[in-house]
Design a protein. Structure first.
Length: 171
């Protein structure tokens, strides 16, 4: 069966966008696909899933600097641009079957990358490559270009009850 690469978007205000993408990475890896995860905002902080993904030999690269603030905006923009250039090179290389662009939608939302930037990634991908875009507030143009879009909806979150982020759940 010939593979048809899909454009997949996980967006919305609910928890689970990255978690769903990581589940997809595990499934793809189990099917023998070569998987790359590029994290555009996350960086410098250990997340528990990194150990599990490393054990599965799934390549994860944390390219971000963490939370975006007014004070670090210029540095964040430079970091996002470097991550984008790496993503462009990896997509164009054709050596991956699935690339997850984790939190790239945030990079656009906060002005670190342009809409044109991420739409260009779709244009250069090999036709058999799957691309996954995660993060809130996905561009309408990205949603239109996608084959599969899932919107996570927040119904209830423990943070609103004063419960701190839990190891193994949020990180």
């Amino acid at each position: 069966m010939e593979r048809h690469g899909l454009i997949i978007v996980h967006t919305g205000d609910g928890k689970g966008k990255t978690t769903a993408a990581l589940g997809l990475a595990i499934r793809a890896s189990g099917a023998g696909l070569k998987v790359l995860i590029l994290q555009f905002i996350k960086g410098g902080r250990h997340s528990s899933e990194l150990a599990a993904l490393a054990a599965l030999k799934i390549d994860v690269r944390q390219l971000g600097l963490g939370f975006i603030t007014e004070e670090n905006f210029a540095e964040q923009k430079k970091s996002a641009q470097a991550a984008f250039e790496l993503a462009r090179a990896e997509i164009a290389s054709g050596k991956w079957d699935l690339i997850i662009l984790d939190e790239i939608n945030y990079a656009v939302k906060f002005g670190l990358l342009s809409a044109t930037d991420i739409l260009d990634l779709i244009k250069i991908r090999p036709p058999q490559m799957h691309l996954v875009f995660t993060g809130r507030d996905a561009l309408s143009e990205l949603i239109d270009a996608a084959d599969l879009v899932t919107e996570m909806k927040l119904v209830k979150h423990p943070f609103r009850q004063g419960i701190a982020a839990q190891v193994g759940i949020e990180f």
